[in-house]
Structures are given as C-alpha cells and as structure tokens.
Design a protein around this ligand. Structure first.
Ligand SMILES: Cc1ncc(COP(=O)(O)O)c(C=O)c1O
Length: 392
C-alpha cells in the first residue's frame, strides 16, 4: 500500500470518529506503520485496516473486501470484482452516506448534541442513519412512502427511529415524503434534514472512502471499468469522480439502470430527460431526475446499460448458487451490468461493481414462488436453480 493511500485510510478512520480516542490513535498509528510490521506485511489493506479495534459503530464503516466473482470471471475472461458493501455494520453501502451527511451537519454546526436527524428514505439510508444516530446520541426521524413493507418499518423502529409512513406521491407534490421530512426538521429546534438525494456530502463519502479503497484493492488502480446503478447517485458519482481523477480519465465509468428509471435514456440521448414509465423489482435504485449528487459528475460517464428484471433475478440465484453470495436485487443488477460491460470491453479486463446489500431485507419476496409468479419471473430462473425458491 502506498504511503499516500495508507494515510488516506488513516484520515478516513480519524474523520469517522467524533473524538479520536487512544484506541483510534493506536489504530491509525498501526495503519501508518503496518508495512514494516512483519506479522502484517503480507495482509491486504482491508485486513490492515482492522488490525486494531475501531472506535464504535462509525469506526467500523468502510474498508469492505473486494470479492472476485470466480464463475463470472471465468465465463467472461475478465476479472469481475464486487465491493462487498453487504458487510457494512448497518448492512449496506448507505452506511457510508449516512455517516457523511451526519458528519457534514456537525461540521457545519447544523446539529448539536442531543439533536434530531430527519430524512426521507424508503430503506437503507434510514437504517444507516438510525445506527449512526444511536451511536452518536441523536434522535432519528424517518419519512417513507406507506407502500413499504412492515418489516422495514419495524426494523427502523427497533433501531430507535420514529417512523412516519405517508402516502406515496410524486416528488413534485408537496406531500412527497422528502418534502414532509424537510418541513418536519424546520419545525424542530436543533434538527437537520440530511437530504440524501441532493446533499453532496453523500457523494463525498465515496470520493473519500469507497473510491480510494477500490483503487488500493486493485493494486493501485489496475482496473479498466467501473459500473453500478443509482438511487441518489452518490455511490456512482463519488467513485466515478475519484477513479477518473486518479486514472486521468483512463478508467471507463458506466451507469447501470433498472426498468422504470430515466437515466439510461438520459445518457444515451445526450441529456434528454423522459417521463418515468414502468417499474422494477429492484429496490433502492432507479431515478426520475438527475439529483445534485449525480449532476456534478454525469458528464464524466462514458456509457450506460439498461438491465432487465429477468436478468437481475436470475443473477440473485446464480450468485447464491455459484459463489455462496446472498445479495439483493440491486447488487445482482450491478453484477449483470459488470458482466455485460466485460463482454463489451473484451477479455483480460478488470471490472468493478458494488454488492450493495444482503438479500435478508428482501427474502420474503425474492425467494417466494407466489411473489415471483405475480411478477411473471419464475420462468427467468433456470430449472437447476428453482430449488432455491423455498418460500410459498
Ligand atoms: C439496495 C440499494 N442499492 C443501491 C442503492 C444506490 O445507492 P446510491 O443512493 O448511492 O445511488 C441504494 C440506495 O439507497 C440501495 O438501497
């Protein structure tokens, strides 16, 4: 690991703790000197980052492994690598954004000890925020569309959040859950609306942590392509910015889109925004607009792919069967997209994508015969994988 990257890791560890304690300082010193320690010299960066205790929940965010997907790599003649964000302490890639939007509010003096964080979110960001808020002593209030599953609402409440399910209406309606979240924060003293879609501290999380980790884990940027889907756009935009800057534009960065999202056509048409049409089984991804997080980097993107739900659901089952990796449909979509990117770029390339979260949050649907039938997706699962449809 280069000195610069080691010091970046050390910095992100320091900045991810409210007050660096002795434990954190020891861990940072360890990062800074680890290459000279005989027992640690051969360890990969992720292991180096965890040689010593980290400071609380937020200290455990980041530094996830980059997993080579062996079967798909063999099939494409490329290295297909998935960043294992399902191993984050709160279970998803959104832990990074949650930490950064809260830190940003603290740094700008928008929230003081004992304050309240308010967000509009249907899923993982709320879970990440609820964890970060508990660990930092804030209250957490979540607005979400009332179409979301009871499990999600229950989980957020178990994590101590106050949850407001509200009617699911379009973004331009003032009663949309995001606007309700903003107004809730405005009504309270010492409260902040973290605004994950347009608050670019979200994108910064990936410029400062995920991007450098990917660079480091590919032996100093030995990758040819990066591709992932977007919800807020923070992950794609932040990683794209970092990889483009570090590689002086060499690394191809593409967007992957589910059905019902407008960004693939936006990129392919050179910037025409269509009306949203249709939908997808994937959750947490798909957009009807260019968010502020994406807007600053959208011109850096080289291309985009649209991925069918049939291919995403098949990949959920293939990853489980072939790799023993249990991830949700957005991760599966990303892996399909990485495979397609590999095919288009040709043999011998290294392609990186994001494994956003585990399948646990969606298993009642993804592995239910009834649900798959209701979506017309049973036929998309190859016969030899149908044994995994274990729920009625
Ligand atoms: C499961 C899942 N995948 C992917 C994403 C997309 O991440 P981003 O918001 O950084 O675009 C999200 C965002 O909430 C998500 O929940």
């Amino acid at each position: 690991m280069t000195t610069l990257l080691r010091s970046n890791l050390a910095k992100s560890l320091i900045s991810s703790t409210a007050k660096p304690s002795k434990v954190a300082s020891v861990a940072v010193r360890c990062l800074a000197t680890s290459s000279s320690t005989p027992s640690s010299s051969s360890l990969p960066p992720v292991a180096l980052a965890h040689l010593r205790p980290v400071q609380g929940f937020v200290g455990a965010i980041g530094n996830t492994p980059l997993i080579r997907l062996n079967k798909l790599s063999q099939e494409t003649g490329c290295d297909i690598l998935g960043k294992a964000e399902f191993m984050q302490p709160g279970g998803s890639v959104k832990d990074r954004a949650a930490l950064f939007v809260v830190k940003d509010a603290e740094e700008k003096g928008l929230i003081k000890p004992g304050g309240t964080v308010v967000e509009g979110t249907a899923g993982n960001t709320g879970i990440g925020l609820a964890h970060v808020c508990r660990s930092r002593g804030y209250k957490c209030v979540i607005y979400m569309p009332n179409t979301q599953s009871q499990e999600k609402i229950d989980l957020l409440r178990m994590l101590g959040a106050e949850v407001h399910p509200v009617p699911a209406v379009a973004f331009d309606n003032p009663e949309n859950y995001n606007h309700q979240a903003r107004r809730h924060a405005e009504r309270l003293e010492n409260a902040v609306w973290t605004n994950q879609f347009d608050n670019t501290a979200n994108r910064r999380a990936h410029i400062e942590t995920t991007g450098p980790e990917i660079w480091d884990q590919t032996d100093g940027g030995k990758l040819d392509g990066f591709i992932c889907a977007t919800g807020t756009g923070g992950t794609l935009a932040g990683i794209t910015r970092y990889l483009k800057d570090r590689s002086e534009g060499r690394i191809q960065c593409w967007l992957a889109d589910p059905p019902g999202s407008v960004l693939h056509s936006y990129i392919q048409s050179g910037g025409k925004l269509m009306e949203r049409e249709g939908g997808s089984i994937t959750e947490g991804i798909g957009q009807g607009r260019v968010t502020d997080n994406l807007a600053q980097e959208v011109s850096l993107l080289d291309s985009s792919l649209s991925i069918r739900d049939e291919d995403s659901i098949e990949m959920v089952y293939r990853l489980l069967d072939e790799e023993g990796i249990y991830v949700g449909a957005s991760s599966a979509l990303n892996v399909v997209a990485a495979r397609e990117m590999a095919k288009k770029m040709g043999k011998g390339k290294t392609i990186v994508t994001i494994l956003c979260d585990g399948a646990y949050r969606y298993q009642a649907r993804l592995f239910s015969r009834k649900w798959l039938e209701s979506k017309g997706l049973v036929g998309a699962i190859p016969d030899h994988l149908k044994k995994y449809i274990v729920l009625e």
